[in-house]
Design a binder for this molecule. Structure first.
Ligand SMILES: *Cc1c(COP(=O)(O)O)cnc(C)c1O
Length: 427
């Protein structure tokens, strides 16, 4: 599949049926797999033969869908997880443990920020958060001798900042560590971070990839390009024998292409067990089959709504990376020339009160905490997800009290604009 275009990979990647086999990826709804002898199974446990024995570690349905996302991102190995949160946790914890340090962009998904700043901090991993717009000197100063990775989002949810992936990759590589990119909002349709030097990509497949609000899920993809063996002291988990897994040395046995994902599967999935159910993987694959068509429409609608808002005097400000004049327009032209996403943020004249009234007036757009869905959804963080904060705290968090996050679905752009317009009229 590697020489096909992304549209073809969306539809046919990851699974090629043999003669007389099912055309659609079969749902292997089985926890376990049968073997003729204990020796046969022993080889699987020793990672000497590849095959399935227990769905907590691997399942054929999940593997086919992970292989499709791997092809779409241009990676060498991938795994599905039960959620985007699990993907972010595994991606970092696979190479950083107690006493280590990670540099992260400060504009990341709120759930990821909490995972890093609170929960992983409790596990003994320190994070330094830097603005995606920080100077080279500030970025340089964030690194420590025990830094193990750099993390950021291609397009940040909900801030809609665009990360200069090349600049962050160069800084990470200079310090002998990989760049991990959460590519959820851009999807590989609009940006493939490996082409800009990123080493590992994560996804909340719950968003555009599933796209139909049907299943929570996540994915991790490895580019296979980061050479762990150049820094064996930094990455002992990949470069020295794993005594919890028959003394296998992942880089020796599986090469740079397979070491990182095999370790995450054999250790982290074995111990934490955040698997995606095969049923959900099947639903995710249905979403992937039309991802290239849907993302185009999400972007078309996002730009149309952003342009409408920009020219409407009831609106104080609009953020959308592909909108001319946006702070991230230049970076979007470089990394997202075909479009960014369907999410637009804006402020309404009259602040918090006006935003609350606007939300009540919407007829087509539904009030949800969800984003990146086929159906348009809308959130006023100050009265929902961030309601415990006062106006000053909200402003400091980059989520001002008047901010409305509008996630354009794939309906008619004219209908979305008409809904916004009548909701503004009736404030
Ligand atoms: C939603 C989201 C996550 C978390 O994913 P879940 O599937 O909800 O666990 C991570 N990163 C980004 C950018 C997201 O939008």
């Amino acid at each position: 599949m590697s020489n096909y275009n992304i549209e073809t990979k969306c539809v046919q990647g990851g699974y090629t049926p043999g003669n007389g086999e099912p055309r659609q990826i079969p749902i292997i709804q089985s926890t376990t797999f049968k073997y003729a002898t204990s020796e046969d199974m022993g080889k699987l446990f020793d990672l000497e033969a590849s095959g399935y024995f227990y769905t907590r570690l691997q399942n054929p349905t999940n593997d086919s869908v992970a292989a499709k996302i791997c092809e779409m991102e241009g990676g060498t190995a991938a795994m599905l997880t039960s959620s985007g949160q699990a993907a972010s946790f595994y991606a970092v914890f696979n190479i950083a443990s107690c006493g280590d340090h990670v540099v992260s962009s400060s504009t990341i998904y709120g759930g990821t920020y909490n995972l890093f700043a609170v929960t992983m901090k409790r596990m003994g991993i320190d994070f330094t958060f830097v603005s995606p717009d920080c100077s080279d000197e500030e970025l340089e100063a964030a690194f420590r001798p025990n830094t193990k990775a750099v993390f950021g989002e291609t397009i940040a949810n909900p801030a809609l900042t665009v990360l200069d992936i090349e600049r962050f990759a160069n800084a990470a590589h200079k310090h002998g560590v990989p760049l991990i990119i959460d590519n959820t909002f851009a999807t590989p349709i609009n940006c493939r971070p490996f082409e800009w030097g990123a080493d590992i990509v994560t996804h909340s497949t719950t968003k555009y990839m599933d796209g139909h609000g049907a299943g929570v899920g996540g994915c991790i993809v490895d580019s296979g390009k980061f050479d762990w063996t150049k820094y064996p002291d930094k990455f002992p988990g990949l470069c020295t024998p794993d005594d919890s897994y028959h003394d296998v040395t992942y880089t020796e046995r599986f090469g740079l292409e397979g070491a990182y994902i095999t370790k995450a599967t054999a250790q982290l999935m074995r111990d934490f067990g955040s698997i995606q159910s095969p049923q959900n993987a099947f639903l995710l694959n249905l979403g992937l089959e039309s991802l290239h068509l849907r993302v185009r429409k999400h972007c078309e609608n996002g730009l149309a709504v952003a342009n409408f808002l920009k020219n409407d005097d009831r609106i104080t400000w609009v953020t959308y990376p592909n909108l001319e004049g946006d702070k991230y327009y230049e970076l979007a032209q470089k990394y997202l020339p075909n479009g960014s996403c369907g999410v637009v943020s804006f402020g309404i004249k009259g602040g918090r009160k006006a935003a609350e009234s606007f939300m009540k007036n919407l007829k087509l757009a539904a009030i949800e905490t969800h984003v990146a869905d086929a159906r348009t959804c809308c959130l006023h963080p100050a009265s929902a997800t961030h309601r415990q904060m006062n106006d000053e705290e909200l402003a400091a968090a980059g989520v001002p009290a008047d901010l409305v996050r509008f996630s354009c679905g794939i309906e008619s752009a004219d209908d979305l604009i008409a809904d916004i317009s009548q909701a503004l009229d009736n404030i």
